[in-house]
Design a protein around this ligand. Structure first.
Ligand code: SAJ
Length: 462
């Protein structure tokens, strides 16, 4: 351990980060910014070239919505601590740590897709004797038993080396929130579980040094991976609770947002909000890692399956709300102009991965609605098969209904609220995140929230 301690203290440790996407790039930047020689390894040559150019033009998409990322990138490129490359073998061979930030998706059949990360593990095994004395660290989200039961045997088989004798393995799952990654990497404690205590001590000391965060050590990789999955799936189940109960409350003519304010006065109530569904690279897929491994031991985690289904059906509840609004103004959906504001899966990020807007747009298109779409992060871009407007002025062109899908800050601004008052043809607002209080809605509008009674706003003073 003392040799590793010296390498870390003197910043002589060399680190490869494999996968420089939304998590891997900020991770590589922060490690290199702390003085460690860092290689950011990716198969995407254009991404590698942009990183080495300090950002490139057009900028890397997940730099736009991550504060501080671009300035940090320029800094570490100038001080030549970070090098991006597509040459996996050459640079991992020179590294002491190999950190995996590889996306781990799920297949159409809703089971984990480890194909990409397994290929990387084979390349690690092919380092053969050059893998000796290295530590392979999993930051990617994987099922509880993946590291011990799939990854380690795979590396041992290909490399013909032995775990804990020739090389070590650790799990240190990423826990950062897209849109706040740098801040989170600097503040949220890291969970470390490793193939033995020797490796765990080294990895803990490295993350404490590189990210200046507290470390919570656990017994092994499967425990570390389970912490990450449990904290995300806890969220999935609670969001499903909010989505389902809010629909019931609405049927009782009760405003669920008011119910939540009341419940939140209890010390142990943790508020989750109803919305248009659950999107993003993490939450929609995470339950399937546990469900898949549960099936393998003949245990079906029914709650996880049902909660995931409730969230997946939420976009279709939004379609019901849209029909409710159209019925109020006696308009058929076919050939009616409908404005969709916000396509990202959550507020203030540029990311449509598994966004709940996708099934909503598909249903509206199937019913021949005429769609106008705006998202401040996708101005004038072609995305999801649509041309995105350059601003929200188009609503004035006789749009009688708008759907606020993503609660971006721009849609909470006074400018936007004032703009809505100028839209004389606007008759219906469907507010998927209950962004507005009833009082903020202009006169003569049917306001439809999620889990909230529909209200026709008809004040004497506008
Ligand atoms: N959502 C709701 N109601 C809520 C909260 C979220 O409908 O009360 C929806 C969002 O609109 C979005 C989805 O759920 O579509 C996911 O929201 P999220 O805030 O959990 O965003 P993510 O997917 O970026 O979650 C990430 C996760 N981080 C990692 O997996 C490392 C999650 O664990 C974090 O809690 C979250 O960031 C965060 O906010 O920190």
């Amino acid at each position: 351990m003392e040799d590793w301690e010296k390498l870390i203290e003197k910043r002589d440790l060399i680190v490869s980060v494999v996968g420089i996407g939304r998590i891997g790039l900020p991770t590589a930047l922060m490690i290199s910014n702390e003085g460690f020689k860092t290689y950011g390894i990716d198969t995407d040559l254009s991404l590698v070239e942009k990183v080495n150019a300090g950002g490139g033009d057009p900028p890397i998409t997940y730099i736009i919505d991550e504060p501080e990322l671009e300035s940090l990138l320029k800094k570490v490129i100038i001080n030549r601590k970070l090098k991006a490359t597509t040459n996996f073998r050459n640079y991992t061979s020179q590294s002491n740590l190999i950190i995996l930030c590889i996306p781990t998706a799920i297949t159409e059949q809703k089971v984990p897709d480890y194909s990409v990360i397994n290929e990387v593990l084979k390349e690690i095994g092919q380092l053969k004797e050059k893998l000796a004395k290295k530590i392979v660290i999993f930051e990617s989200t994987v099922g509880p038993n993946y590291v011990e039961k799939i990854a380690i045997p795979l590396i041992e088989k290909v490399s013909e080396l032995k775990i804990n004798k020739d090389f070590w393995v650790a799990s240190c799952p990423e826990r950062a929130n897209p849109g706040n990654i740098i801040k989170n990497l600097n503040s949220i404690p890291r969970i470390v579980g490793a193939s033995n205590n020797y490796a765990r001590n080294i990895v803990s000391y490295f993350y404490k040094t590189a990210f200046k965060v507290n470390i919570f050590e656990v017994s092994n990789p499967r425990t570390a991976n389970s912490v990450k999955l449990i904290e995300n799936i806890f969220r999935v189940v609670n969001i499903a609770f909010a989505n389902e109960i809010s629909q019931l409350m609405r049927k009782f003519d009760i405003d669920y947002m008011e119910v939540l304010k009341g419940a939140a006065t209890k010390y142990n109530f943790l508020t989750h909000y109803p919305g248009p569904g659950v999107g993003g690279p993490c939450l929609p897929s995470n339950p399937y890692y546990l469900i898949d491994e549960g099936y393998k031991v003949s245990f079906t985690p029914n709650l996880l399956r049902v909660a995931t289904e409730v969230n997946q059906s939420q976009p279709f509840h939004i379609i019901e709300l849209i029909f409710e609004g159209l019925n109020k103004i006696n308009k058929p959906i076919a050939n009616t102009k409908i404005a969709i504001l916000g396509i990202s899966y959550k507020a203030n990020v540029k990311d449509v991965q598994i966004s709940s807007v996708i099934p909503i747009l598909s249903e509206l298109q199937k019913n021949n609605a005429i769609l106008g779409i705006y998202d401040p992060y996708y101005k004038e871009e072609e995305i999801l098969g649509f041309k995105i407007e350059k601003n929200y002025e188009f609503i004035k062109r006789v749009y009688s209904i708008i759907i606020i899908h993503t609660d971006h800050n721009e849609f909470k601004s006074q400018n936007f609220k004032d703009f809505l008052r100028e839209c004389k043809d606007l008759k219906v607002i469907v507010d998927c995140h209950n962004t507005y209080e009833y009082e903020e809605i202009p006169n003569n509008i049917y306001y439809i929230g999620v889990g909230r009674p529909m209200k026709y706003i008809n004040r004497k003073n506008n």
